[in-house]
Design a protein around this ligand. Sequence first.
Ligand code: ARG
Length: 459
Amino acid sequence: MANDKMWAGRFTKSLSQVADDFNSSIHFDCKMYKQDITGSMAHAAMLGKQGIISAEDSELIIATLGEILADLNEGEIDFDMTAEDIHMFIEMELTKRIGDVGKRLHTARSRNDQVALDIRMYLRDETNDIIALVKKLIGAVVKVAKENSDAIMPGYTHLQRAQPIVFAHQILAYGMMFERDITRLEDAIKRMNKSPLGSCALAGTTYETNRDMVAEKLGFDGVTLNSIDGVSDRDFCIELQAAYSTLMMHLSRLSEEIILWSSWEFKFIELDDSFTTGSSIMPQKKNSDMAELVRGKTGRVYGNLLATLTMLKGLPLAYNKDMQEDKEQIFDSVETVKKCLEVYIPMMETMKVLKDNMYKAAQKGFINATDLADYLAKKNVPFRTAYKIVGTIVGECIEKGIVLDEMPLEAYKAHCADFCDDLYNEISLETCVAKRISKGGTGPDSVKMQIEFLEGICK
Ligand code: ARG
């Protein structure tokens, strides 16, 4: 009931039901129950060690919190959805079980530093899970790359056929993006990993606490140095959401390609039946719904980032209730990113690559024209001149409805005397790919090096 509030002492009226419902956050912050209890255990241990509460009380609190944790894990008890938030619920449950001893837990602490602690711990756990999933995804990328190191396809710019590449090279580009996503997430965790507990409401406390001890117990790399900052900072939510958004943007670009490549117009890949859907009216349809959903869900992850940025922008220091809004947004992003990765990994692993179709597409579109210009340039024709000659030849081929490989040598010679019959080997797709020897290029040594690099990341 509303008048049972822990803070009811100074009030003459109880909170209206509609305000109580509006204020309550338990239906979403109950997700952080493990972190809340673990944080409280460390706090109780510190209170005992510092002699702020007795050793017996400290031990009883810790043991009972352990029981509450086990009961929640096993579904022995349910969250009380009339509680104001997860912190109040756990404390109420503790007091229900051990009476006055339970009431000592909140000494030298406030919900402001408690929630700041819980959310950091929650996001650290969840982001580590996300990193593990991204590593698995890189593993799937490497698998596809290894199987397709020789699959020649057109590389695109402006979605126009540009130069021949191998499919491994294209897919490894995404592997590199995902590798950077991991470093962005790790970097954000590193900055976030300072314990705010002991900041109390905003100004610190008169008790002789040991914040470092709590921080160490909970796996933090130290404590926040300004208590006002400790309770009011949520920039780690922004950083993480920016990193999640970037990861989603990468997944969304890959999704766009997967959708295109699956179309009849491309037919470069075929997704497994178990990751595609049919149409309710068109019997022939096989749709890339998973990739489309990932592309679509990118929008909500961006939206959550913007919502948190906007929520924080005008807040005076220190804690304000507005900040309760941080959680649903970032929880939604965490869940969305995880679900997208969980579906993406097996979808990639089971995807069939249609090498022949890629090769056929590479034979059209004059994607070896740069190589023909390079051929002349290597015979000492200035590159700009060579470029112009080849441009004219391409125009002639288009008119005749042939490709460069089909143009007879005499016709070439009419454009430039430096053409010899070795040109045909020089502009074969295999040569074009094999000769891209520059570091990071589509040549075999470079592709091998890229695979090795990413294998090192995902093992
Ligand atoms: N449920 C609150 C939140 O998520 C916990 C902190 C409450 N602090 C307070 N001073 N009312 O932000």
